[in-house]
Design a protein around this ligand. Structure first.
Ligand SMILES: NC(=O)c1ccc[n+]([C@@H]2O[C@H](COP(=O)([O-])OP(=O)(O)OC[C@H]3O[C@@H](n4cnc5c(N)ncnc54)[C@H](OP(=O)(O)O)[C@@H]3O)[C@@H](O)[C@H]2O)c1
Length: 339
């Protein structure tokens, strides 16, 4: 089978590197075109990138040439799917332009997440939101499908099987890793031996996105905090439900949340894995699971008065970013048969 040619825009950043790592041996997609900022044009990926992913850089991607952002050149190269890992301000003009030129864009940037007809898609939580691409003009035109902010992704997956109990209120505090700020991100002066109790825009994103993804209208109270950890966002969550819910119900809901036959190469069979051990989960398990980094881990489950509390850990650069986009593109190909 001939593979589908894809481009990665912003291939040298924290998220772009995960795209390169995950797509280097993907069964359906072939990386045909990569870009970064203008200073890198013409350079070979392996010698240009400052590789931060905790696995060896795949040999196959080292010789790829970093090219300019040129829509005609991308078309001539046969690219159909574009993975976007650009800064949001660049994405704001580039992503609608890519769509208007007929590309199928799967984006990590926040720029278009709140537009009507643009889904914030997480296959485990809202597969049917992919239908919105028709409202954007597909198949006559291209489209943009976004994935959620990285902290919201972990929360949405953990809550997807609990939604049936009627979620009235969500209080969430995050402990977010430094890779969430991209590379080079924060100054080591600011984050070493420290915790920063504010991440600009993050709390508002969580509050808005969880409602759009799960199509629920709870009160959401979020605090987002940066901690000196490399990968993996931890979150502590308190929920109030309309129904009377016990911890045993939550454990059963997560346990029965199994997607055996998704047919998507990057989807985990069990999207949420719970462990009752008091020390679980931790960011050091960020790359656990199959596929690596795609499982959301939960623990510390308890009930107090009418509230259910738990902690979760999501890999922000894999499931919360590049891996989520790849899964979305796989879902599109499976449903609409581009392959
Ligand atoms: N990091 C996360 O955990 C995470 C999670 C979810 C979503 N996101 C979103 O994903 C996007 C990428 O995040 P990131 O963490 O990978 O950021 P990053 O490390 O700063 O990477 C940004 C990428 O965009 C390129 N770039 C910068 N300016 C550009 C320009 N004017 N034109 C074209 N390319 C340009 C950079 O190239 P150079 O290397 O040459 O500068 C780099 O490849 C952002 O929108 C972010 O909000 C990030």
């Amino acid at each position: 089978m001939e593979k589908i040619k894809v481009a990665i825009i912003g291939a040298t950043g924290a998220v772009g590197q995960v795209f390169m790592w995950m797509l280097s041996d993907h069964p359906w997609f072939d990386v045909e075109y990569i870009t970064a900022s203008a200073a890198r044009i013409g350079q070979r990926y392996g010698s240009s990138v400052h590789w931060v992913i905790p696995f060896e850089i795949p040999e196959k991607i080292k010789p790829l040439e970093i090219k300019g952002y040129d829509l005609d050149a991308m078309k001539d190269a046969g690219v159909q799917i574009v993975f976007s890992a650009m800064p949001a301000d660049v994405a704001k003009t580039a992503e609608p332009e890519l769509r208007d030129h007929g590309f199928y864009v799967f984006s990590n940037a926040g720029a278009m997440r709140y537009e009507k007809n643009v889904p914030i898609m997480i296959p485990e939580a809202n597969f049917s939101s992919l239908d919105m691409i028709k409202d954007q003009g597909y198949p006559e035109s291209g489209f943009v499908v976004t994935n959620a902010n990285c902290s919201t992704t972990g929360l949405a997956i953990a809550l997807a099987p609990l939604k049936k109990h009627g979620i009235k209120e969500i209080s969430v505090s995050t402990y977010q890793s430094v890779s969430g700020a991209g590379y080079p991100g924060l100054s080591s002066f600011d984050i070493t031996d420290n915790v920063i109790p504010f991440i600009g825009g993050e709390e508002e994103k969580m509050e808005a996105e969880i409602r759009k993804i799960l199509e629920i209208t709870p009160e959401v109270y979020a605090y987002c905090v940066r901690v000196p950890v490399m990968f993996g966002h931890l979150e502590s969550v308190w929920l109030t439900f309309e129904d009377e819910v016990e911890v045993e119900d939550i454990i059963r809901d997560w346990d029965e949340f199994v997607i055996e036959e998704s047919g998507l190469p990057s989807s985990p069979v069990k999207p949420v894995v719970f462990d009752a051990d008091n020390t679980f989960p931790q960011p050091k398990y960020a790359f656990w699971g199959t596929p690596k980094g795609m499982v959301v881990y939960t623990g510390r489950l308890k009930k107090k008065n009418n509230k259910i509390g738990f902690t979760l850990m999501v890999n922000n650069v894999v499931k919360g970013a590049a891996g989520g986009s790849i899964q979305n593109a796989e879902a599109f190909v499976k449903l609409y048969g581009l392959k």
